[in-house]
Design a binder for this molecule. Structure first.
Ligand SMILES: [Zn+2]
Length: 363
């Protein structure tokens, strides 16, 4: 009888672990049932549970390790990009916003000073030559910049909203590029007016005229803000790259970049149009606009359109691009005129007529 009782107690003892299993969390209980371990002896069940727990822990560990590795890779990439940006920042001559070439007096090194027959034209060009040198350096920093891949994102960011609101172009697209903006005021006159503000006013007035003519107009800089990211260490280079990216994306019939001029000699005045020296189409467009401006604005000492081989927007943009320097902010009389709404309207009408003449002659 005592033997039987002991055997019975052992039997109960074997059952007891199962009752402990019943106190395990329901999820594990379900798994145990699924594994069918209830039908097997208790030590086997324990082994199974331990195996299951270990497997679960292993899977969680693998997941955590891979997630950590992924985040480290990402962080590594960002670090690399930042490093690259830092390395090119030193090459950006305008990174601080104080180095606008247009604000610098012309130097005697300018090769364009010797090839101009006309006094006024020569002086105007000398400023442009300096400007071109500065921008071309920015172009080089662009070439070395691995962040070029971002241009597509930038395009979609800046271009899409334009496209949505502008609707379908009947005659084609024209890109207008209001120079400077944001941290970069461009040149300024005696009254304190900044070039960036006038450039946008001219560009917006011209947009209206061209839209009325049935063209779809895209502004590279639709507001007073520049086209660079906040915290960007080489703002000017990024700003210029993004302007070119908009032009590349839109593939316009023509691009017209709007600027105001400056020169140490305050007597220098009058509009002047620049084109990329190797572009026949650019030359024709510049000639048309220059002619219309000279005639319609009754310029006293008219300038001739001028080729330029290094100005960033001319050199780096696709298609036919010209820069229209509407006048000199350093000339007190012209500075007043450039701020006069009636004169602004006449000036943009002249620019529009020049563009239309060029486009019509291409039909
Ligand atoms: Zn400018």
């Amino acid at each position: 009888m005592g033997k039987q009782l002991r055997r019975f107690t052992r039997q109960i003892g074997k059952v007891r672990p199962e009752s402990r299993h019943n106190r395990l969390p329901p999820a594990i209980g379900i798994v145990i049932n699924l594994l069918g371990v209830n039908a097997v002896n208790q030590s086997y069940k324990r082994t199974k549970i331990i195996q299951y727990l270990m497997l679960t822990m292993l899977l969680v560990l693998v997941f955590l390790v891979s997630a950590y590795a992924g985040s480290m890779r990402k962080a590594g990439k960002i670090g690399q990009n930042k490093g690259a940006a830092g390395s090119t920042a030193g090459q950006d001559p305008d990174g601080t916003g104080t180095g606008d070439p247009e604000q610098q007096p012309s130097g005697s090194k300018n090769p364009q000073q010797s090839d101009s027959a006309q006094g006024d034209s020569k002086q105007g060009d000398s400023k442009q030559g300096n400007s071109a040198q500065g921008d071309s350096e920015q172009g080089d920093s662009k070439e070395n910049n691995p962040e070029q891949e971002n241009s597509e994102q930038r395009n979609s960011k800046q271009g899409d909203s334009e496209q949505e609101t502008s609707g379908q172009a009947e005659k084609g697209t024209i890109v207008l590029d209001a120079g400077h903006g944001g941290f970069d005021p461009g040149v300024s006159g005696a009254s304190g007016i900044a070039e960036r503000e006038l450039n946008l006013i001219f560009a917006q007035k011209l947009e209206k005229l061209l839209t009325d003519e049935g063209y779809r107009v895209v502004q590279t800089r639709p507001t007073q803000e520049g086209l660079y990211d906040v915290g960007q260490s080489h703002k000017k280079a990024q700003d210029m790259q993004r302007r070119c990216a908009v032009i590349e994306k839109e593939k316009p019939l023509v691009t017209v970049s709007i600027h105001q001029n400056s020169y140490p000699d305050s007597s220098v005045s009058g509009p002047q149009v620049f084109y990329y020296a190797q572009s026949k189409e650019g030359e024709r467009l510049a000639e048309c606009i220059q002619k219309c401006m000279n005639e319609q604005l009754e310029v006293k000492s008219p300038k001739t359109h001028k080729g330029n081989a290094s100005y960033y927007i001319l050199k780096r943009s696709v298609g036919t691009t010209v820069i229209v320097e509407c006048g000199f902010l350093t000339n007190p009389e012209e500075e007043k005129l450039l701020q006069d709404e009636a004169y602004q309207d006449r000036a943009v009408c002249a620019i529009r007529d020049g563009i239309l003449q060029y486009l019509d002659s291409n039909l």
